[in-house]
Design a binder for this molecule. Sequence first.
Ligand SMILES: *Cc1c(COP(=O)(O)O)cnc(C)c1O
Length: 440
Amino acid sequence: MVESSNKKSYDRVFAKLKDHNKWFENLIPLIASENVPSPAVREAIISDFGNRYAEGWPGERVYAGCVYIDDVEFECMKLAQKLFKAEFADVRPISGVVANLVIYSAFSDPGDVMLAPSIPAGGHISHGKKKHSGTAGLVHGLEIEFYPFDAEEMSIDVDKTKKKVEELNKAGLLPKIAMFGGSLFLFPHPVKELSNFLKNFDIHINYDAAHVAGLIAGGQFQDPLREGADTMTMSTHKTLFGPQGGLVLGFENHAEMIKKATFPGLTSSHHIHHMAAKAITFAEALEFGKDYAKQVIKNAKALGEYLNGFGFKVLGEKRGFTKSHQIAVNVLDYSDGGKVEADLEKANIIVNRQLIPGDIKAGRNYFHPGGIRLGVSELTRLGYVQSDMQDVAQFIKQVIIDKKDPKKIKSKVKSFRKDFQKVHYCFDKKLGAYEYVKLR
Ligand SMILES: *Cc1c(COP(=O)(O)O)cnc(C)c1O
């Protein structure tokens, strides 16, 4: 029988999936928003939980069949509360964007004002204005006002923010929500310095920990819920090395509003297999998260220092380049972020282009911004330490400054990756980090 074109498509998809895994065994993954989960997380994701519905709160579901799901979800909430020392956890939001929407829906109405970082100052598109198709503006109708930002300190300017809030108040535009956290996120945000001031105006403070959740869990960044944040949202797959997903944390007094916003407001299925995988992740983070977060920050700082030593303009120099998992580099001396991203990919080094402070004023856009962003969360999971960051910096220099043939660097990258194929900081290490699992 001739093979049908359907079967050919089917086979082609599996071939691409395999090629992708193989490629990742041989490349340097530096996307700051990504990580590699443990084999245990991957096992939870392929379980039958992924085929079920469990709408509602555990113990009060809309459907039967949730006996074991409920047990896991109670465990998951307990672990999340322990990991982040939170009174309340809603583990159902299916992504960081949905977690933020839960907060917008629970604590503001369309037309209200939210204070948030602009994108070149590190903000995420889910905090953005309607005219940029940002989630907050487009989906919930919020008006966005940006924090004044200090590009040298690479953080929110405290005094100017206070002035801005007072002015907004006088103009009848007092923010309902103050959003901290971001995507280009080198140094802790001044939550402690601003929370009392903001609370005097009755402003709800949310901290978006999408990027830094794993560092907070490991006690190595800042502790927003102790610094005055009312709620904390996050993705569960960036520095927190879990399945793709979201999480909302807070205090008991806000629990009912958050629960209702999550369901029925913003979820129907909450992707139960990912919920189980979150529970596994929280357990692993409780056990290994402190050592992991410490090593991540050491590696990021080392990478910043080596790149700076090679002549790259690494942002945040005044403060030692970074206190998180990422560094940002101004690459305008060589070309632009888009070109650098493409050149590095040819050498099997995966980074992302990045808008940096000053880009918008200079007329640069997202396709050709002034910077690149590098994150070391995934390399750290694979077992690399500070001294290895010298090799990483060297490869980047050879492609971008020395303009060497990316193919030559690619083969060096392959040997650099050869002996680092397992996930560290987890209970069970049997399966390789990118080992392809065939079930057919
Ligand atoms: C990545 C990110 C998000 C979105 O998270 P998803 O899980 O991709 O929906 C939200 N906020 C910030 C600051 C982020 O960096």
